[in-house]
Design a protein around this ligand. Structure first.
Ligand code: CA
Length: 229
């Protein structure tokens, strides 16, 4: 289990990190909202602990941007007591839980356990497989061996297209049309960004398959070549 802590009070951030690690989680720390959002969008986290008052981008904006990108990672928000009254309503818009500072470590740990239990369960075998990769349609999970990672909506759609068209070259134009649609003003750059997210996730689960870039054309999902001889 990997936890992202976005908290600008460095002592509290360090305390949270220690608490997580003592309890068997891996924890990464960011001290401002923009860095927090960038890291959260990697999709490698099981839970995000997100402070509300943050430099560069507040926690509510981070949460909104995260959800807009289709990232469904459970978010536990932290609020100072003085901030709660008018903010609680806002938390309902996408946070999975919130805690008021100061909080009991026991309570925080109970929240994390509850949030990690809520991960969607696989209900049927609607699965795509290729080159050791397994894409589960119901849970948006991509796995390889015993490692798995959750995909955002767009990452899932792109991954599915690549797996259905395995060993074929998909052009950037066709990806744009199929994923973003005709009406969208998304550009090649959007495709590149999501391909890079997917590559990070493939690396994270130590996948053997890889997304090859065909310069000026597009992308191709292929199995890694075995070393001969
Ligand atoms: Ca703060």
């Amino acid at each position: 289990m990997r936890i992202l802590v976005v908290e600008d009070e460095t002592r509290l951030a360090a305390t949270l990190q220690d608490l997580m690690e003592l309890n068997g989680y891996t924890a990464d720390v960011c001290h401002d909202g923009e860095e927090g959002l960038d890291n959260a969008l990697s999709g490698i986290y099981d839970v995000i602990i997100l402070d509300v008052m943050l430099p560069r981008m507040d926690g509510f904006t981070v949460l909104r941007r995260l959800r807009e990108e289709g990232n469904a990672t459970p978010v536990l928000m932290l609020t100072a007591r003085s901030e709660t009254s008018d903010k609680v309503e806002g938390l309902d818009r996408g946070a999975d839980y919130y805690l008021t500072k100061p909080f009991e470590p026991k309570e925080l740990l109970a929240c994390i356990r509850a949030l990690t239990r809520r991960q969607p369960e696989l209900r049927n075998t609607d699965v795509l497989e290729f080159g050791g990769l397994r894409l589960e349609k119901n849970s948006f999970t991509l796995s390889c061996g015993g490692r798995s990672v959750r995909l955002s909506r767009k990452e899932f759609d792109i991954c599915e297209l690549l797996m259905l068209n395995r060993n074929l070259v998909l052009t950037k134009e066709s990806l744009l049309l199929k994923i973003w649609g005709y009406e969208s003003d998304a550009e090649d750059n959007n495709v590149e960004v999501y391909i890079s997210f997917l590559r990070k996730k493939l690396a994270h689960i130590q996948a053997k398959a890889r997304i090859r870039t065909i310069r000026m054309v597009g992308y191709c999902l292929e199995e890694a070549k075995e070393e001969t001889e």
